[in-house]
Design a binder for this molecule. Structure first.
Ligand SMILES: Cc1cc2ncn([C@H]3O[C@H](COP(=O)(O)O)[C@@H](O)[C@H]3O)c2cc1C
Ligand SMILES: O=C(O)c1cccnc1
Length: 341
């Protein structure tokens, strides 16, 4: 497995110097300035080039826990939304069209044959539905490794297609439950600390969902010390693929803008699979899911937006794409104070 080379510290230092010399009051660009320095470091270029080619991949899959009262919606939504991504009418599709971002959807584990969808969508399918994590493993070890490898190969495809910035999106009813469990397992947190309302469950269902996460963590036990075993026991095919995708991006030196709780759980696993990967990640937004904020903080990432957005699909990352573009342009094209005085 290739090691993760950090973003260029020479470019980071040069970018910070350029930022300090811009025709603005010192520090006036605030977090956009920090973001610009990160973009320049990931590109190894000062000034950074415009961030034009942004590509998002949605990893879709079903989750056995969805049959156990953890979501406000039925599992049938998952294949229906896969078809909706394909017709370009999902929430994330609207933002992607607005911001000229390409979106692909891939079925890693949808519990449906998705008859009639283009074969390419199912090219990396690992299985139909992942195990109910409080009762059984999500995957076999072989399935986990296949999903991670699929994610890495998808990242390579997107990079070969010219991606300068990658986004991983999620679709799968019930997926905020394994995401919460993965974050708790990775950070040594309790079920109470990480479990949220997902699609909008009420108090009684939240108590039940928390108990499901607690039971899953107890079942996984010591296996959470290893990232592959963590994904095997508590993850899913789609989240394992997303983790492989994010690890692959970091290994290739391509930056990533993170979305909500599922993408961030995958990012945490990517950083365990490929230590140092998190240096290639920026946080598009903060979601109301507690696991998401806790995972971001553990990676030292501050979210760009905080809109109460709790859709997933990559939407929070998509909404932040204009900020990344603005940051790079500001550092590249703003006059220097020395040029105007
Ligand atoms: C119509 C619809 C579209 C969605 N798009 C993303 N999600 C999001 O909500 C689900 C996770 O929440 P939970 O764990 O509570 O089920 C996932 O499918 C996620 O992608 C959606 C959910 C619905 C209902
Ligand atoms: O925080 C998220 O990303 C989220 C919340 C609810 C449903 N889907 C995603």
């Amino acid at each position: 497995m290739p090691a993760v080379t950090p973003p260029s510290s020479a470019a980071r230092d040069e970018a910070a110097t350029r930022l300090a010399g811009l025709a603005t009051p010192a520090g006036a660009l605030g977090r956009l300035g920090d973001l610009a320095v990160w973009v320049a470091a990931t590109q190894g270029r000062v000034p950074p080039e415009p961030v034009e080619r942004v590509r998002a991949v949605i990893f879709a899959g079903d989750h056995g826990v969805a049959d156990h009262g953890v979501s406000a919606y039925p599992k049938a939504v998952t294949p229906a939304m896969v078809r909706t991504f394909l017709t370009g009418r999902a929430g994330v599709s609207v933002l992607a069209a607005q911001h000229a971002v390409t979106v692909r959807v891939l079925d890693l584990g949808v519990d449906d044959d998705l008859e009639g969808v283009p074969a390419d969508v199912q090219r990396h399918k690992v299985r139909r539905g992942s195990g109910a994590i409080h009762l059984e493993d999500a995957l076999t070890t072989d399935e986990t490794l296949a999903a991670i490898a699929a994610g890495r190969s998808v990242a390579a495809d997107e990079i070969a297609a010219g991606a300068q910035l990658l986004i991983s999106g999620d679709m799968g009813i019930g997926n905020t439950t394994p995401a919460a469990a993965l974050v708790a397992a990775s950070l040594g947190l309790t079920a109470e600390a990480v479990t949220g309302r997902g699609t909008g469950i009420g108090d009684a269902a939240l108590d039940h969902k928390t108990a499901v996460v607690r039971q899953a963590l107890a079942r996984a036990g010591e296996r959470v010390a290893d990232p592959v075993d963590t994904l095997t026991s508590l993850g899913s095919a789609d989240i394992a693929a997303s983790a492989g995708f994010l690890a692959g991006a970091a290994e290739a030196g391509v930056p990533v803008l993170l979305d909500g709780v599922v993408a961030v759980a995958a990012a945490l696993l990517a950083d365990r699979l490929a230590p140092g990967a998190a240096a290639w990640f920026a946080a598009g937004h903060r979601s109301p899911e507690p696991a998401q904020g806790l995972a971001l903080a553990s990676m030292g990432l501050q979210p760009l937006l905080d809109l109460g957005l709790r859709l997933g699909e990559g939407s929070g990352a998509l909404a932040a794409v204009p900020l990344v573009r603005s940051a790079a342009l500001l550092l590249a094209d703003t006059a220097l104070l020395s040029e105007i005085l």
